[in-house]
Structure formats: C-alpha cells, structure tokens
Design a protein around this ligand. Structure first.
Ligand code: UDX
Length: 454
C-alpha cells in the first residue's frame, strides 16, 4: 500500500490527492463532524461534508432557522445547496439541531463557522467565536479537533484553544474561500485546501476529511493559514480597485476598459478573472477583511498603506457612480424618479451586506430623488434604504423613470425588451454600473448610455 501521507514531521508542503484518489475512497473512514453556525459558510460546509460521505450535525442558536432547515427550507439563495441539503437529510448524513453542545457532544471534528463581524476599531470581533468555544469546550469527546472556518485574525487558534481549555483537543485553522452564489461548487472543487495547526497530526486528520476532493492540500502553521485567507481577499480587492482605477483612466483618455482588461487578462501572470470593473466592490467579506488586514498590520507595527488606497479608490468609485447617475437625472434628483435594476452585492445571491448599490443609492437619496428598484432576489427595501420602493419586475421599475441605473450584473437584464423599456421611461438614460448591456442595442433605441471606463 502506498503511503498516503508523508511521515511526520511535515514542513509547509502541498500534497496533491488527485493521483491517489481511488485508494483514498476505499480507505477513508467516515468522520463525525459538528458544524457550529449555519450561515452561508456553515450550511455550505455541513452540506458539502455530508455530500462527501461524512456524518454531519449542524447547529445554530436560531431556533426558527433550524426549524426551517429541518423542513428542508433553505434560508439563503445558493446554487445547488438545496439539492445537497435534501440529499444529506434523506440519507441521514445531515442533521440540524439547536445549540452547539447538541452537535458537538458526539463529534470528532468541530467546525466553528460563526460570524466574525467588523468591530469598532476595524479588527474582527471574535466574541461569537469565543462564546462558541467556551460553550463546547467541556463537552467535547476526548482527542477531538476544533477547526476555525470563520475568517479570524492572525493568532485566533490560540484564542480558541484558551477558551476551550482542553489540553487533549487540538485547534486547526482551515479557512474558507467560498464565493457566495457558487459556494457549493467552490467547496467541492476548490483551487486549494489550506490547513494550519501547531499539531501536525491534527492537520492530517482534517486533511483526510477532504480526501474525495481533487485539490492540493496545503499544510502549514496556523498563523500562516490565517494570513493566507486575509492576504487572498485583500489581494483580490486590490486587483478590483486597480481595475476600477484603470476604468477611470480609460474614461479620461478615451480607451475602452473592456478591451484593456481583455488584453491584460491574456497575460497568464495577470489572469482573466476578477478584472471586471464595477460600481465599487462589496459583500460580506472584502470590505471587512481588507480593513481587518490593515488593522492586523497596524497592530504588528506596519503601515500597510496600499490597503488604505485600495479602500479609498473603492469609496471614490461609489462617489463616481452616484455622480454619473445624478448627471443622467439632469444634475438634480428633486422631483425625479430613478429606476434601479439590481441591489444585491453581486449576481447569484440574495445578500445585501455591504452592497455597492446601497453605498451608491445612499449617496443619491439626499438629492430628493424617488427610487424604484427591481432585483430578482429581493422583495423588501434594504434596512439602510427603507424609503425606496421595491417592485416585482424590471418593467414596472422603469415606468415613468428619468434614468435607469444597473447596479448588479444579473444576466436576465441583458435579455429584456428594450423597446418596452424605452416606451415606459420618461427619459431614456442608462447608467450601466456593470457594463452589462450591449450598448449598441440601447443606443439604437435613443438611450444615452454611460458605462464604466468606456
Ligand atoms: C469573496 C471571495 O471571493 C471568497 O474567496 C471569500 O472566501 C469570500 O469573499 P464573495 O464575497 O462571495 O467572495 O464575492 P466575490 O465574488 O469575490 O465578489 C466580491 C465583490 O467584488 C462583489 O461586489 C463583486 O461584484 C465584485 N467583483 C468581483 C467585481 O466588481 N469585479 C469582478 O471581476 C469580480
């Protein structure tokens, strides 16, 4: 039998499971996994581990959410999640319970997937993590492993270990790289799995949970694993702010950013992904993680000034998008009606957290404009914008509108009847914050069209 894992001790190394997949499938035992927290990350993690053959119990403090999940209702929009949750519940491999202890008392692996929101000073707030660790600590079976999946500041494995107060239990960092909307596919087909612990045997045990996943598994120390997560998100945010800055330059010099990024992306060192300019970037991770990494650096005595600019450029992008919309409305919002297509922070999700649309529309609200919005995943106004009107279809949104702003790249917007849209609007002006539409299609119908960087 070939050795699956190199003998200990292990240096930070990358292992590829791909060639050995067949042997693994025969030999990997089914693990019992508790997942604490059933948000985007926890629910996806639990359902995917059940799909991979493990026995999973997901816990949450929210009784209502657990009751819904037990009825097979998925509280979030996430492609493919409903299928694997249903599959897991049917096979008995996926269960939902109220309370972390009820999940953890019989499990060998304990995934902490609780929120780590931004605290007042920019650092991630660890209180949910600490409470969960303190709660399960006394109830964990001997020699089990607690795993941080939440995005946590560098050094958090030690914080969790202290709260657990169990010398026989190891703590491992196993950060998630799941994009909302494609989280299931990202979990099952990841670019890499990162595992960090001071206990290398524990890292290996966690690595075996992914045995059926064909991806490099990288084993490192916990601080490096935690840094990989922040560095990856902050790098992607930097890439986007750079692209948005290039888009602004393109507007000034008369270049077309779509062609510019296409030309850049052919260079494999740059890559084609994450080069789409937009109204600014957002979501539940990038803003908070970029700010948190800046704070981590500051606490370590380093002024990570690039990140300050990355955040500044993003704020400027929100300002610029709002200014374009105001110009399309004729320079003033008073007595005008603005139609908005798309509110979520990107397509494929119902998540409004830190959405660029909220940033932009908040800037416009003071102008006195009336806002009527349509988003396929949203049926009530965002908390931050209680006065906007939500309608059930894109044509109702443009009825009598003085301008249309496209804020999210939902594909369906591209295929609408623009004759009907033109008829319905009071004034034919479009600000396409995502460069989503074929501008010749709308310009032919008498629209003025303003995109990003073109
Ligand atoms: C991100 C990371 O991608 C993921 O690895 C991590 O674990 C969680 O955070 P997510 O927040 O789901 O995922 O969103 P992502 O798809 O990365 O998009 C973030 C923001 O960037 C969105 O506002 C999106 O619209 C914007 N974006 C993305 C662009 O403006 N242009 C692009 O080319 C890509």
């Amino acid at each position: 039998m070939r050795a699956i894992w190199p003998s200990l001790p292990i240096d930070p190394t990358v292992y590829s499971f791909t060639e050995q997949k067949f042997e693994f499938e025969a030999r990997i035992p089914v693990a019992t996994i508790a997942v604490i927290g059933t948000g985007y990350v926890g629910l996806t993690t639990g359902a995917c581990f059940a799909h991979l053959g493990h026995d999973v119990i997901c816990a949450d403090i929210d009784e209502h959410k657990i009751a819904r999940l037990n009825k097979g209702e998925i509280p979030i929009v996430e492609q493919g999640l409903d299928k694997i949750v249903e599959e897991g519940m049917r096979s008995g491999k996926l269960k939902f319970v109220v309370g972390a202890i009820n999940a953890s008392k019989h499990a060998e692996f304990h995934y902490l997937c609780v929120p780590t929101p931004q605290g007042g000073d920019g650092a991630a707030d660890l209180s949910y993590l600490e409470i969960a660790a303190a709660e399960i600590g006394p109830h964990l079976p001997a020699n089990s492993i607690v795993i941080n999946k939440s995005t946590v500041p560098v050094g958090s494995t030690r914080v969790v270990a202290k709260k657990l107060n169990r010398s026989d239990v190891s703590v491992v960092s196993n950060p998630e790289f799941l994009r909302e909307g494609t989280a299931v596919s990202d979990f099952l087909n990841p670019d890499r799995v990162v595992i960090g612990s001071e206990d290398q045997e524990a890292s290996i045990r966690v690595g075996t949970l992914y045995a059926k996943v064909a991806a490099p598994v990288m084993v490192t120390d916990p601080v490096s694993a935690e840094t990989i997560k922040y560095a990856s998100n902050a790098f992607l945010a930097t890439k986007l702010s750079f692209v948005n800055a290039i888009a602004t330059l393109c507007e000034r010099v008369g270049a077309d950013v779509n062609d510019v990024v296409l030309g850049m992306g052919y260079d494999t060192r740059i890559g084609k992904q994450f080069l789409r300019p937009g109204p600014g970037w957002g979501g539940s991770c990038f803003p908070k993680d970029t700010i948190a990494l800046h704070k981590i650096a500051e606490d370590a005595g380093y002024d990570f000034s690039i990140l300050t600019e990355v955040l500044n450029v993003n704020t400027q992008q929100f300002d610029r998008t709002a200014a374009k919309v105001l110009t399309a409305l004729g320079g003033s919002g008073a007595g005008k009606r603005l139609a908005v297509w798309g509110l979520t922070f990107k397509a494929g999700t119902d998540d409004l957290r830190d959405s660029p649309s909220i940033e932009v529309l908040t800037r416009l609200q003071d102008s006195g404009v009336e806002i009527v919005a349509y988003d396929p995943a949203i049926d009530a106004p965002p908390r931050e914008l209680p006065d906007i009107k939500i309608v059930a279809d894109p044509y109702s949104a443009v009825e009598g509108a003085d301008a249309l702003a496209i804020m999210t790249e939902w594909d369906e917007f591209r295929w609408l009847d623009f004759d009907q849209v033109a008829e319905a609007m009071n004034n034919r002006a479009i600000v396409d914050g995502r460069n989503l539409l074929d501008r010749s299609v709308v310009m032919r119908r008498g629209f003025t069209y303003v995109g990003v960087g073109r």
